[in-house]
Design a protein around this ligand. Sequence first.
Ligand code: BGC
Length: 357
Amino acid sequence: MKQIQCRIAGLLMALVAAGMLAACDGQEPEAQKEKILPPETGQDEAVKIGFSMDTLKEERWLKDRDLFRQAAEKLDAEVEIAAANGDDALQIAQAEAMIQGGIDVLVIVPHNAEATAAIVHKAHEAGIKVIAYDRLVKNADVDLYVSFDNEQVGELQARAILDAVPKGNYAYIGGAPTDNNVHLIKKGVLNVLQPAIDRGDIQIVYDEWTDDWAPENAQHNMAEALRANGNQIDAVIAANDATAGGAIKALAAQGMNGEIPVAGQDAELAAAQRIVAGTQTMTVYKPIQNLTAQVAELAVQLAKGEEVMTSVSVNNGKTEVPSILLAPTAVNAENLENTVIADGFHSKEEVYQELKK
Ligand code: BGC
């Protein structure tokens, strides 16, 4: 990641900003001029934000949808939301329909980091700026990327598991390879594990992606990991709570649930309950309310052609994308109450209800 100060176009500063954006990615100002012209938003009209989502399958995305709508409405902005059920062609078609329907700014959670570049081009042709939400769009002139620090997510997972199991056989259950986040998460995991691997203290005896982040695929992968290693696995790092849930089902099938540490991510309710029950060791909490509040505000600013400042940039293969990366928090049985519950992310009753049964 490169530290930069990147400026994004202002309504009255379109040409100046053209030069500044160009300075961010090394292109000539002339080449950028078309793309950064701000949309024609009337002063009094409500800003209309298009929110193009990959999926609503996991609990977190329902929160993202609801909290984003609330955050935007607080700013008197309208939001049009579409979810594509993990279908690239559908996500592109939905985003195109929003662009044609007259949104002022597009916020996108890409299902496929590469395929969604087409949406960015289309939006720019219509003079609409694009924010990559939570996941980066690769190889396109994305205007802004707002997410959590995904490399840090992996580091938090690995540190927690390495503390619990300093020596032994690890299984890594990755996320969907089409999602840029999974590569960052894995990089973070290896940042922490590599010295222990090099010392010969730990071995990654199984390492596989999980197509479409599907829990059933993760369960299948974990079953395969156990079979291939005669159940000699001492720790599991799964890329999120959904895949951790799948992996734990496979452990349960061998009578091993609760016997070995498992890491996940998202602080899903089911994961918080598993942490309390002792079948999952940790999760990574990413306060979605902070992400939605930030993005809603930035989307309105971009739609109005206002200037947005960021202090970091992330390279997406085409350009240095001005970025904001929020901090994730490691959560285990000890700090569940002070973090996830204290923030009202889940209620204490919900988290502990399984114990009462
Ligand atoms: C998100 C995770 C989520 C996963 C699966 C990732 O890009 O950062 O929070 O669990 O996608 O939907």
